[in-house]
Structure formats: structure tokens, C-alpha cells
Design a binder for this molecule. Structure first.
Ligand code: AQP
Length: 344
């Protein structure tokens, strides 16, 4: 079976985008793959995080994994900083990757203010090196399948480049130590059906994001029913009725987003949803979407609250996950140290 690695940063409250785009998609994989789901706290601190919030969000993400259906006996659920080998391999990969590779990452350029890096005095060195730590996350477990969204494709490509360059640079040593061919596998993106990119409720051209300044643009997994209804009611839309098929949503980003959320939450196609709501106005569709959102999210939020109320139990789950992760990571790391030439 293939080994899967994925993670979420504890950098804010989880939202509907994280649920539909990531967490929900993780669940079925645990029955077909060997799965590691990480709370990537070391990635989170590449931008400033209040330490109290960081802990709270770490527990919340682990709780969301479990509440959404991940079974900690099947999937390895842990937080990244408990397996120090992530940092160790990340450093080695900093020395394998090239500065130019990192400079081309669009996510960094967005945050650092373009190629010239107008904000470069404000962004951390860790943010720049983020993709090489991400490569370490994946390759530390020799994971071959990574379920990531479009936004992470460029970073995964860089992971592949790092794996190839490591295999190439240390070819002689890998062979001398008895290896046949490559040490690291070159991981692939794992396609898990059409991925919903959930957009901001206020701007159909922006993705829904943990770090959006406006709370009204984001449905958080822990929002209560009234708040979810209020946010959907106030979501930006045009004034037209809903079309009767998907093609009619072209050029209507906000409408497309809300219908897409409905389809995704109900596991139906957009055409199917429009077959039901075509010709209706927002006064009918928005309350239906609010009801559906609450029906899906409320039971998960209740379970998350129950889980996070017992931090001792959450600590046990994360510690156990980290121990199991380490049994995979340690022999890989021992091999890497030997290949690189570190004396132990
Ligand atoms: N709007 C979205 N629609 C679909 N999927 C999404 N993901 C995030 N936003 C959406 C997916 O959730 C996972 C979380 O990844 P992350 O924690 O590394 O952060 P991110 O992708 O940068 O998400 P955020 O919420 O926007 O965080 P901030 O604001 O802190 O940067 C990934 O699998 C992502 O694809």
C-alpha cells in the first residue's frame, strides 16, 4: 500500500475550505492507504503565532481530524514538532535546495511582496525555507502520495526536485552503503476526486482563508448555527436568479461558489443542485444552504468541543501518533545521516 502524508497549519480557526478541501478528503484514504496526518506547528510559526493560540489551534486541528472521521488507531495523527527529525531533515534539505528554487515560489512572493521582496524585512527566513521543510515532512516517511490542493502543487514539485537532487548528489554514497538506486522516492500528487476550492463569502476571486481579516467572509467549523446563517445571508451575490445548469454560472464567481459549496456538502453535482434550485432566487437558496451547512458542521463541531475539553486525552493521542511516526522516521533518518556522512 502507498503511504500518504498531509498536514494543516495551526495558524487560525479551521474553516469550511479546510474541511471540504482537505479534512473530509483525508478520511476515506485511511482505508486504502497507510496514512499520516500531521498538525504542522513548525510551519505555522513561519509567521508570528501567539503561543497560547498555537496550542489551542493544534488541539483543534487534531480534534477536527478525529471528529470528521479519522480513526487515530488507523491513521497516524500527530503534531510535527514532536518528531524532531522533521527539523533535522529540513536542515539537510536547506543545503540540497537552491536559493533560486525558493525565490520562484509564488506563495512566498505573494507574502514577501514580489520578486524584489519589498516586505523582505518583515517576513521570516523560515517562510522562505518553508518548502524545504515541507519536502522533509513528506520524504521523512518516504511518502509517495500527497493529497494537496492546487495551491500546494508548486511546493510539491519542489519536493520532487529535492528528492531527485538528493538522490543524484549522493548517488555514490547511496550505492556504497548498499542501496540500489534512489534513496528517496519521488512523490506524486494524489488525486481524490474534484476538489472544491471554497472562496471567500465576500469576494469570489479570493479563497476562503484562516488569515482573512474579515470574519464575515469565512465560515468557521466551530461557528454556531445562527452565525452560519447570518454569514450566508450576508454573503455577496448578484441579483439574478439561479440558472438551471452549471454553464449558467460562468462569470458569476460568488454564485458559483455558493452553489459549489451546496453541491460539495451534499455530495451532489452542481447540475443536480441547479436542477432543484434553478429559477429560484437567493431568498430561497441561502436559507437552504445555511440549513445544510449547519446539518453537516454542527455534529463535527460538537465532537471537536468534546475532544478539546480533555487536553490530557488529546496529549495521549498526539504522543502516541508521534511515537508511531518516529518508528518510520528514525530508520529513514539513520540512513540519511550515514549517506550525508554524519558521524554517530
Ligand atoms: N478555501 C479553500 N478551499 C479548499 N481547500 C482549502 N484549503 C485551505 N483553504 C482552502 C486546504 O486546507 C489545507 C490547509 O492547509 P494549510 O493549513 O497549510 O493552510 P492554507 O492552505 O494556507 O490555508 P489557509 O486556511 O488559507 O491558511 P492561512 O490563511 O494561514 O494561509 C490544505 O490542504 C489546503 O489546500
Amino acid at each position: 500500500t502507498q503511504r500518504v502524508f498531509s498536514g494543516i497549519k495551526p495558524s487560525g480557526d479551521l474553516h469550511l475550505g479546510n474541511y471540504l478541501g482537505a479534512i473530509r478528503r483525508f478520511v476515506p484514504l485511511q482505508d486504502t492507504h497507510e496514512t499520516l496526518y500531521c498538525v504542522v506547528d513548525m510551519h505555522a510559526i513561519t509567521v508570528w503565532q501567539d503561543p497560547v493560540d498555537l496550542k489551542r489551534w493544534t488541539y483543534e486541528i487534531a480534534a477536527a481530524y478525529i471528529a470528521a472521521g479519522l480513526d487515530p488507531r488507523k491513521s497516524i495523527i500527530f503534531n510535527q514538532s514532536q518528531v524532531v527529525e522533521h527539523a533535522e531533515l529540513g536542515w539537510i534539505f536547506n543545503c540540497v535546495a537552491r536559493v533560486g528554487w525558493m525565490s520562484r515560489m509564488t506563495q512566498f512572493k505573494d507574502k514577501a511582496g514580489g520578486e524584489g521582496g519589498e516586505n523582505s524585512e518583515q517576513v521570516s527566513l523560515g517562510l522562505y525555507a518553508y518548502p524545504s521543510l515541507m519536502a522533509a515532512d513528506i520524504l521523512l516517511y518516504k511518502a509517495t502520495a500527497v493529497p494537496v490542493g492546487d495551491d500546494q502543487k508548486q511546493h510539491l514539485e519542489l519536493t520532487r526536485d529535492i528528492a531527485k537532487k538528493f538522490n543524484h548528489d549522493y548517488k555514490k554514497q547511496i550505492k556504497a552503503l548498499g542501496g540500489k538506486g534512489d534513496f528517496f522516492p519521488v512523490p506524486e500528487t494524489l488525486a481524490t476526486g474534484p476538489a472544491m476550492r471554497v472562496k471567500s463569502l465576500k469576494d469570489g476571486s479570493k479563497k476562503m482563508s484562516k488569515s482573512d481579516a474579515s470574519d464575515m467572509s469565512t465560515i468557521y467549523m466551530m461557528d454556531d448555527a445562527d452565525l452560519i446563517a447570518k454569514k450566508i445571508k450576508r454573503a455577496t451575490t448578484d441579483a439574478d436568479a439561479l440558472p438551471s445548469e452549471a454553464a449558467g454560472l460562468a462569470g458569476r464567481a460568488e454564485a458559483e461558489n455558493l452553489v459549489g459549496i451546496y453541491a460539495s456538502l451534499s455530495n451532489r453535482s452542481v447540475d443536480d443542485v441547479l436542477g432543484e434550485f434553478g429559477g429560484q432566487g437567493w431568498g430561497v437558496f441561502k436559507p437552504a444552504l445555511a440549513d445544510l451547512s449547519v446539518a453537516v458542521l454542527a455534529p463535527i463541531a460538537d465532537e471537536m468541543k468534546r475532544l478539546v475539553s480533555d487536553r490530557g486525552e488529546m496529549d495521549n493521542i498526539l504522543r502516541d501518533g508521534a511515537a508511531r511516526a518516529r518508528t518510520i522516521a528514525e530508520p529513514v533518518m539513520a540512513g540519511v545521516r550515514d549517506i550525508v556522512g554524519f558521524v554517530r
